[in-house]
Design a binder for this molecule. Structure first.
Ligand code: FDA
Length: 283
């Protein structure tokens, strides 16, 4: 049975681009940049994966037509990574050819730990060919992430740092929030010191305040990093950060395949369940 979209609308901007576009415009009008995510993951059918790439290409064109200040975020399993690495890479490169022509930017979201190495391998090949048109995500909870960040710093890659949203075993990932926060700070410090522009993706006040203080102490200008938050969360905080001169980007997901994304948001914070219930009864 398919859940009705009303459940997801707090976190998902619409079931198609036309529904999402006015919400992106509204965020842009508040001086927030956006990254659009056409939702979906684990596509096992070649034709569907190829169609997805066509949809991403048309998304890049629509962003330009609608004059939106937005990049895009994609998942390699939606481009057929479960079928084969080569197939997903071909699909990604087909998208990046258009992104490069349009002077656009594509970020590869990071998925569960079974995909970490292959995602980084594909990113490294893409970075060699497309440079600053492509970026990656590192999840601070993984034990391997400090080393991955060091490698990415050495090529001045464009990295979004987040805590990590998947359920991972203790031999793969830190489990306790204080430990994850410490790892996040250590990795963010490396990124902020050693890359030209870093993306700090969190709603966590402790980490937001730490980032601001660290930047001040290290004399890292506000034009060298940005905060990123998810659509539907902490808009007031985003607006305050913008008013204080920080760059802030909102991750705006849309599409019909919203259930896995929506489930991760509910698992993350019990308060999110209350958000859903309260918005369901609001008109
Ligand atoms: P978390 O949920 O851990 O909350 C910590 C504290 O922050 C709370 O106790 C509270 O004090 C405060 N807080 C959080 N939300 C709040 C709210 N709504 N209102 C008030 N206070 C709040 N993950 C992944 O695995 N791969 C990916 O590619 C991405 N991409 C991504 C992009 C962007 C832009 C974001 C923001 C996040 C991701 N994530 C992700 C998800 C990420 O890994 C993580 O699961 C969530 O951001 C939750 O962690 P936080 O640090 O945001 O706060």
């Amino acid at each position: 049975m398919k859940l009705p979209f009303i459940f997801a609308r707090r976190f998902v901007a619409g079931e198609n681009f036309e529904q999402a576009a006015p919400k992106v415009k509204d965020l842009n009008n508040r001086n927030l940049t956006v990254t659009l995510d056409l939702l979906g993951e684990n596509v096992n059918d070649r034709e569907l994966a190829a169609n997805t790439v066509d949809e991403y290409i048309s998304l890049l064109q629509k962003i330009r037509e609608y004059d939106l200040n937005s990049t895009i975020s994609i998942k390699l399993t939606m481009m057929g990574l479960d079928i084969s690495k080569e197939f997903a890479k071909e699909n990604l490169f087909r998208l990046l050819d258009v992104a490069a022509e349009e002077n656009q930017f594509v970020r590869i979201d990071m998925e569960g730990s079974d995909y970490t190495q292959v995602t980084l391998d594909i990113f490294n090949e893409a970075f060699e060919k497309y440079g600053k048109n492509v970026g990656i995500v590192i999840q601070s909870y993984l034990h391997r992430s400090k080393k991955d960040i060091e490698d990415l710093c050495s090529i001045d890659a464009d990295v979004r740092l987040c805590k990590g949203a998947y359920s991972e075993p203790s031999d793969v990932a830190l489990q306790k929030m204080p430990d994850i926060r410490e790892a996040f700070k250590e990795q963010a410090a490396l990124l902020m010191r050693k890359t030209s522009y870093s993306r700090i993706a969190t709603h966590d006040d402790e980490l937001i305040n730490w980032t601001k203080t660290f930047a001040e102490e290290q004399d890292i200008g506000k034009d060298h990093f940005e905060f990123q938050m998810l659509y539907g969360l902490r808009l007031g905080t985003c607006e305050r950060l913008v008013a204080d001169g920080y760059n802030v980007r909102t991750y705006v997901p849309y599409g019909t395949m919203w259930v896995p994304y929506f489930t991760r948001r509910l698992r993350e914070r019990k308060e999110n369940i209350w958000f859903i219930l309260s918005t369901m009864f609001k008109r």
